[in-house]
Design a protein around this ligand. Structure first.
Ligand SMILES: [Zn+2]
Length: 377
């Protein structure tokens, strides 16, 4: 299968050079679902690029008959963020123009003032696939109003232009997968919306975070939130529908590196997910034990995050991936002072039992800096 490669201009720099994004579109013999997959939205989170590269190499070896539907891949999807540096380090989490997190800028149909309740009432008697098609078209029509703004140059800012280009590739998809990593050192896990729990197992990851608090500004949220809103409105009318529309953020290990194990887990999980959803007919997938695999999901508001109570240098007594117990020593902070006293060592103990899934790369901390995250057991 040969992909259709499209190059989309994003921004011309002061030097005259230009930045682009490039998509790789694989189209199967028969029509079906569309999956959209992107990586490296945050500049330091590079493992997903290796996953997409591997998927491209793999899909090229397949016959068109082995794909039903469409797979659209966009690696290094945020060139400005990817190229950004502080010293040698990729900082690229925030847009330097306006300080906004690159993953909190996206267009959410629900926030346009759309009357989703009215839509549900007007269309509740249609078949599920008809409701889905009509609602999708309604979202797309509204989204393309943005295009008018984009075309009315110079009336557009870069963040508006950029989000339009990315979401334009993704909004008509059935499944959206956004590949991230931690900015720190972290395990592999995913973010899961309510009602998608069963599908989450197909990624074959051990842990995940169940979203219970979100505003629709992140890429996965902006895609999914309007569909969840429609499901809620239909449920109020006694019509319990779950649309076959899903959105995922998959966190592949640590930032600033392409850890081979995280990359392998990413590839295996995505192949398994796509085979489970019927897009790919490939050897060995879905893996036999998929029906028995259970991801452990922790509600987002139950995650325990430790912030440093003092400024100084950290020495850890625990490791990433370790199960910890209440009152166990987690780390010490070496703090110097300017009041004529000797330096102090302060000990920090666990507030409860759980799994360390995320831990700071930088062992030098200012007071209140993030130190580590725990999924309670
Ligand atoms: Zn990220």
């Amino acid at each position: 299968m040969i992909p259709n490669i499209s190059t989309i201009p994003l921004i011309q720099l002061a030097s005259g050079d230009q930045l682009f994004i490039q998509s790789y579109q694989f189209t199967g013999e028969n029509p079906g679902k569309k999956v959209y997959l992107q990586s490296n939205l945050h500049g330091a989170e590079i493992s997903g690029n290796a996953v997409i590269q591997d998927l491209i190499n793999f899909l090229i070896t397949l016959d068109k008959t082995q794909l039903t539907g469409e797979i659209l891949l966009v690696p290094v999807c945020n060139p400005l963020g990817v190229n950004q540096r502080s010293h040698y380090f990729s900082s690229g989490r925030y847009n330097l123009y306006d300080g906004k997190d690159w993953n909190r800028i996206f267009w959410d149909y629900e926030k346009t003032g759309a009357n989703i309740s009215q839509f549900a009432q007007d269309n509740q008697d249609l078949e599920q696939n008809e409701i889905q098609a009509k609602y999708r078209q309604t979202i797309l029509n509204q989204f393309h109003q943005l295009a008018k703004l984009i075309r009315s140059y110079p009336g557009v800012s870069y963040d508006n232009y950029y989000r339009y280009q990315l979401q334009n590739l993704a909004l008509d998809a059935d499944y959206v997968i956004d590949l991230h990593s931690s900015t720190n050192n972290a395990l592999d896990y995913l973010y899961c919306f309510h009602s998608q729990e069963a599908s989450a197992n197909a990624f074959l990851l051990d842990t995940g975070i169940l979203m219970n608090d979100y505003d629709g500004d992140a890429f996965d949220e902006a895609f999914m939130k309007p569909w969840l809103a429609l499901e809620r409105e239909l449920a109020k009318l006694g019509k319990n529908i779950r649309f076959e529309i899903e959105s995922w953020t998959v966190e592949l290990g640590s930032g600033l590196e392409m850890n081979p194990e995280s990359v392998q887990k990413g590839i295996r999980g995505i192949k398994n997910y796509l085979a489970t959803k019927g897009l790919l007919s490939i050897k060995d997938f879905p893996v036999d034990f998929t029906p028995n695999h259970r991801i452990h999901l922790t509600p987002k508001d139950k995650i325990q995050r430790y912030y440093s109570p003092a400024g100084g240098m950290i020495k850890f007594y625990v490791k990433l991936g370790e199960t910890i117990y209440k009152n166990q020593k987690l780390y010490t902070i070496l703090s110097f002072n300017k009041i004529g006293e000797l330096p102090q060592i302060r000990e920090i103990f666990a507030e409860g039992d759980g799994l360390i899934f995320d831990i700071t790369k930088n062992h030098s901390v200012n007071q209140w800096d993030y130190v580590l995250g725990v999924m309670p057991s």
